[in-house]
Design a binder for this molecule. Sequence first.
Ligand code: FRU
Length: 479
Amino acid sequence: LAAVLAVTLGQALRQQNETAKRELEEYIADKKAEINPRYRPHYHISPPVGWMNDPNGFSYYKGKFHLFYQFYPYDSVWGPMHWGHVSSSNLIDWEHLPTALIPETEMCFSGGAVVHGDDLVLLYTGRVTTDTDPFYNETQYLAFSNDGVNFRKYEGNPVLSYVPDNSADFRDPKIWKFKDHWYVVIGSSSNKQGRVLLYRSGDLFNWEFLSVLGESDGDMGYMWECPDLFELGGKTIFLWSPQGLEPKGDRYKNTYQTGYYIGELDYETFEFKTDKYFQELDYGHDFYATQTIQGDGKTYLIGWFNMWEVPHLEEEDGWAGTTTLVRELQLIGTRITMNPLEGIQDLRTDSVHNGDLEPQQAIEFGPTAEIILQGCLDQKIELLIQGKEGGLVTTVTWDPEVGKVIVNRSGEVRQVEWVPIGKTSWRLFLDASSLELFCGEGEVVFSSRIFSDGDWVVKNSSPQTLSVEAYRLRRSVPA
Ligand code: FRU
């Protein structure tokens, strides 16, 4: 009888979940019509309605790339987390799919995905709120799909709850396979110091704790979110998003950071050997909580193109949050470079400038643009970016006196020293509310959300003539 009851209860819960998902899709379809399109990205991923934060579960399954994201459909601010879902065959054009996970007793926090047999498997953090301190409990949950669209949570969840010292922060699993085991790194915090824990499993269901792979020794923050570990250029990259770094000169100006150590993972001792030289991956105002995927000898990365605890101007329009372009990573010396994919060129619809751009001369675009600037670094370079109808101004500057690239978003400055490791050109991408700047070989990159009124106008505000190639890009949001 107990077995029969369990089966019936299981069926009833599944049915409830199916109904909730159907109602959610109907809600999204209706609500979409109310969104103000002015800041909506044309070629970056954003939620159909409501709020997005971290990208999750970057994976390749049955011929398509899949990406999930932290999603709250019912408001344009953070709320009980769902997993939104998009897929793509080229990492550039994305299609929205039905919401993959909806919260039940647990909020569906960040995590990863792997392919196992015929299934796409999601491993995510279930956060359950409690009445006692700590006011939450974080453990790891599984969900399965055999069509890449419909996901079924494992009935025996959670599958991983052991934390060596019972700390409550235990989230954002990144899972990968090495030889015949699954491995996972999970972000955590112990005595207000961030750290990352390593586990392994032979079957995805039973997990063994292996080691503390890295931890703050006092000045690397109180919590380490969204850890990742992957091979690049013969080294192991330990990439994560630490919270609580104190600003130091030009560094660590955002609420939280994302950066990496280079080292080596020893699969016998489960030790990560590194000189602990922390480098930020991106110097812009809005870059956090990255996901990577590897295949065919390539490594791709995507980040959340926003920041915590800052104003999100699109919120009043019924949505919030976007992702960066997918970038290809390389390790050149001791630096990870990031570059847009080759296929991004296919977004160009028409060339609007090619050749000299005199001081004070401006180029008019639509809501999207790609600009290639040949660098003459002896003199000052400056582009002033604003909307045709005014609004906030952003400048992008190379100052040869200090040797820095500077992105000044209406007074909020982010800057970094730049010593080109190869070519000296710049490549800029503008979408309706974003700027991505790739310098040189991609060794210096800025991702910043920028907002202005009307289509983009970009002016040469430096004293020298610049050599500029400029394009309008495809637009997908109705004007
Ligand atoms: C990072 C993060 C994760 C967490 C998720 C919750 O931005 O705080 O640590 O899983 O967002 O939405």
